[in-house]
Ligand binder design. Sequence first.
Ligand SMILES: Nc1ncnc2c1ncn2[C@@H]1O[C@H](COP(=O)(O)OP(=O)(O)O)[C@@H](O)[C@H]1O
Ligand SMILES: [Mg+2]
Length: 229
Amino acid sequence: MIEFKQIDKDYSVGDQTIRALHDINFQIETHKLTIILGPSGSGKSTLLNILGGMDRPTRGTVQFNEQNVASLNDHELTNYRRNLVGFVFQFYNLIPSLTALENVAIAAQLTKNDANSLKYLKQVGLEQRLDNFPNQMSGGEMQRVSIARALAKQPQLLLCDEPTGALDSRTSLKIMKILQDVAKTTDTAVVLVTHNPDFEQYGDQVIRLRDGQVESISQNDNPLAIEGV
Ligand SMILES: Nc1ncnc2c1ncn2[C@@H]1O[C@H](COP(=O)(O)OP(=O)(O)O)[C@@H](O)[C@H]1O
Ligand SMILES: [Mg+2]
């Protein structure tokens, strides 16, 4: 569905060039949870930003269906980001003055996809919390709202940058289970970035990054299913 071909990303800082990514090649498939694993500074967020159309590579091709995302103009890139990609971040980024339902509805309205916000809050198990404001919810619940908000766009690609970075291990497993289920049961491909090797076992594909390069890619035919959380 998406293929990175020979992607490089250089940043210029003063008269220095920092190579954040070098010769990155991989594929992302629908119905799969892809985990991008690497220590801090290895290039995970840079990679995710290029996948999400928030940044462009210095060299290389991002093949998405028939088009090269790396060569889209600004307007086309905005449409790609708005209509095809859902984002989940470590600190949820909810609007504090809006309820759970309103936070999801506002994202749904930004896209052409006319979604039913309630359905997505049910999907993440929050049908009892529709009218709660963010400061009335736990971290795990806020993260579930932010996943519902991303899903309400009915994206082809769901990108999650350290979504459990601020959560305890049991709550993190709940979030992982939701993301596994999204990958398995919908047409949205899920990509999760983490520095935590404990999560490897839950992915269908694991891409390991080190110093801006791919260290290894493994396919997992039997990822561990998360039960009883
Ligand atoms: N906007 C930027 N300008 C300059 N250097 C950057 C920028 N963004 C990231 N980098 C550098 O690129 C490398 C990879 O960063 P990043 O993708 O954030 O890694 P990770 O998410 O794995 O911690 C780091 O050396 C970082 O300092
Ligand atoms: Mg990062």
